[in-house]
Design a protein around this ligand. Structure first.
Ligand SMILES: Cc1cc2nc3c(=O)[nH]c(=O)nc-3n(C[C@H](O)[C@H](O)[C@H](O)COP(=O)(O)OP(=O)(O)OC[C@H]3O[C@@H](n4cnc5c(N)ncnc54)[C@H](O)[C@@H]3O)c2cc1C
Length: 390
């Protein structure tokens, strides 16, 4: 494997670095603070990327994609994350966009893909239900066909950023008598302001509001908002979840956080100098840097292997290691902050980073659960990659 970038790829990297450093308005970079996401920051950043043709490089060229290599996409993503730019909204660009582009009708493509790429429509993901998370196919929300409409009843949960969403892509049960529970599921596109949709916030341990419950009470959905074919929703969901997992190994952001950790350690005085001089801490940083490098190489190998709607099971490795490393680095920052991390509001003598360290660490505990819990990823790896029988 080639470990150095070619001259061409280095030029591309510089182009991306210049773009993300100079063309993303600074106010967009502080998009995630105290466990809260600033929707306006996300819109500003995604529009700037969209205007430059850089919001959806992995989509078909016809719909705004670029014919880039996997390495170029990796460079794009890493340079974006390294500058603190919020990534294009994953629900739009990694999840429903590619599903509509692959399985949607021509009318749906024309209607939804341009505003999905520019974030003029904000999507949320309506898959999980109170008794259907890991065992997603047990979902109970029903959609019953009535003339040109479906009538939807049920509940979704953990709907991330649903409070900002214009639309939800939801899995619904259209055939309760199907021989296998996976076979009776469809995917519907539902407007969040449809009569009968209500949203209830879930308050999180870090103090933030990021997830919600969504209730459907006799919601009428035009039948042309069905994606693909009725009862084929499970296929589209599997396609989507594979893409979701590739997107959850945030190498660039982990690098940035690790660089921050070093800077914080260097400014934390000890009797013998600064924390950065401490051999145990230095060893911990070196170990994390090595593991991050291994993850980065794996990301590059996996990202290219999602073919024909069949995601590479190795994307589960990225989900698993990406979430673990991210948590390890955030834990390191909390340890560097030491007793100062107990203070959640900035006060004199306690840096803002130290006050934010615990809420941020707690917030990212979520990464072991969403996108398919890490225990389930381990099962996928043991069965799908190692061929072990469970
Ligand atoms: C912060 C956050 C944001 C989320 N955002 C969204 C969203 O926007 N849209 C959406 O649809 N969903 C979202 N989810 C839901 C998420 O995908 C589910 O929480 C996840 O799939 C786990 O399902 P569950 O919570 O029902 O846990 P369960 O499936 O009940 O699992 C509970 C525990 O049992 C373990 N377990 C379950 N089955 C197995 C098994 N077969 N083998 C071994 N261990 C197992 C799990 O790993 C877990 O530790 C979000 C979740 C979180 C926490």
């Amino acid at each position: 494997m080639q470990h150095r970038l070619s001259a061409e790829d280095r030029a591309f990297q510089q182009e991306m670095r210049d773009f993300f450093t100079n063309r993303i308005p600074d106010e967009a970079r502080t998009w995630h603070k105290d466990g809260e996401v600033d929707p306006e920051a996300l819109r500003i950043a995604q529009r700037a990327m969209h205007d430059a043709g850089l919001a959806v490089p992995h989509w078909p060229v016809e719909w705004g994609g670029k014919d880039w290599t996997e390495l170029q996409r990796h460079i794009w993503r890493t340079e974006m994350q390294a500058t603190g730019t919020p990534p294009p909204l994953a629900f739009n660009t990694n999840m429903i966009g590619p599903v509509i582009a692959t399985f949607g009708s021509q009318e749906q493509k024309e209607r939804f893909l341009p505003p999905t790429a520019s974030l003029d429509i904000w999507w949320c993901q309506g898959f999980s239900e109170p008794d259907a998370g890991s065992d997603l196919a047990s979902l109970r929300t029903t959609a019953v066909r009535d003339g040109d409409e479906y009538v939807v009843n049920g509940q979704k949960t953990w709907t991330t950023l649903g409070q900002f969403a214009d639309w939800i892509f939801a899995l619904v049960r259209t055939d309760p008598n199907a021989p296998k529970k996976q076979m009776g599921i469809s995917m519907l596109l539902i407007k969040m302001d449809s009569p009968g949709v209500t949203l209830r916030p879930i308050k999180l341990i870090d103090g933030g509001h990021e997830v919600n419950e969504v209730f459907f009470d006799n919601v009428r959905v035009p039948a042309d908002q069905l994606v693909g074919e009725e009862n084929k929703g499970w296929d589209y969901a599997k396609f989507l979840l594979g893409n979701e997992r590739v997107g959850v190994a945030p190498v660039g952001s982990i690098k940035r956080k690790l660089a921050d950790a070093k800077a914080f350690a260097a400014q934390t005085k000890t009797a013998a100098g600064t924390l950065l001089d401490d051999p145990l801490l230095a060893a911990r940083i070196a170990e994390l840097e090595t593991e991050l490098m291994a993850l980065e190489v794996t990301v590059m190998r996996v990202a290219g292997s999602s073919h024909d709607g069949k995601p590479d099971p190795a994307s589960s490795i990225l989900k698993l290691r990406g979430s673990q490393l991210q948590q390890d680095v955030l834990e390191l920052i909390t340890d560097i902050a030491g007793p100062a991390s107990l203070q959640w509001q900035p006060i004199d003598g306690v840096g803002e980073w130290a006050a934010e360290s615990v809420p941020t660490y707690l917030n990212f505990r979520k990464a072991s659960i969403y996108g398919g819990s890490n225990e389930v990823q381990r099962s996928v790896i043991s069965g799908g990659i190692l061929g072990l029988k469970g």
